[in-house]
Design a protein around this ligand. Sequence first.
Ligand SMILES: N[C@@H](CCC(=O)N[C@@H](CS)C(=O)NCC(=O)O)C(=O)O
Length: 210
Amino acid sequence: MTETVFYDYWRSSAAYRVRIVLQLKGIAYRTEQVDLGAGEQTGARYRELNPQGLIPALAIDGHLITQSLAIIDYLDITRGGPAMLPDDPAARAHTLAQALIVAADIHPLNNLRVQLWLRDELGADQSTRQRWMAQWMTTGFAALEAQAPEQGLFGGSVPNLADVCLVPQLYNARRFDIAVDAFPRLLRIDAEARAHPAVAAAAPEAAKPA
Ligand SMILES: N[C@@H](CCC(=O)N[C@@H](CS)C(=O)NCC(=O)O)C(=O)O
């Protein structure tokens, strides 16, 4: 069996999604850190693995898989542990839609390369970039709050794909001082999810190299 290697950066929220699923499913792996602060994701060495120059990537079963949701889908199909998506087609579509609010509509607009482009190409100062991030995070969070359960996680008692996407995005919001008080259900879900041992083990503080 080939070794499972996760190309990670402790502060990457897309990588954090995958770390949560690796932990939930009890998958053993070795980590290779790709330092986003040092720009290693755009270097020739990493681009050979992932021409997109984005974290994460997972080497598993002789494949090199990129894109966090594609990695999670592969793990969900090939490994045991809690399912990230329900079987029922309509419930599955709703969970995917909730996850995509984060993964497709919030995160890409606030990613590092977008921030750098706003700053370097459009001359956006810190406060303008802060407004940009707050705009797209709060727009997405509001939509998610409107469909969040009153009790329990999106996944009920075990995190599902929507929870797996929410927790890292709220980490990002806090990291960049985005106000999230208007989303009490999301905050409750985030706290409950982070109390789960597998989610706690995947936290950025736990993934930070010594
Ligand atoms: N849609 C991709 C997004 C990956 C992504 O944007 N990763 C960020 C870290 S969270 C990154 O590598 N950023 C580097 C950059 O913007 O240069 C996924 O879900 O894997």
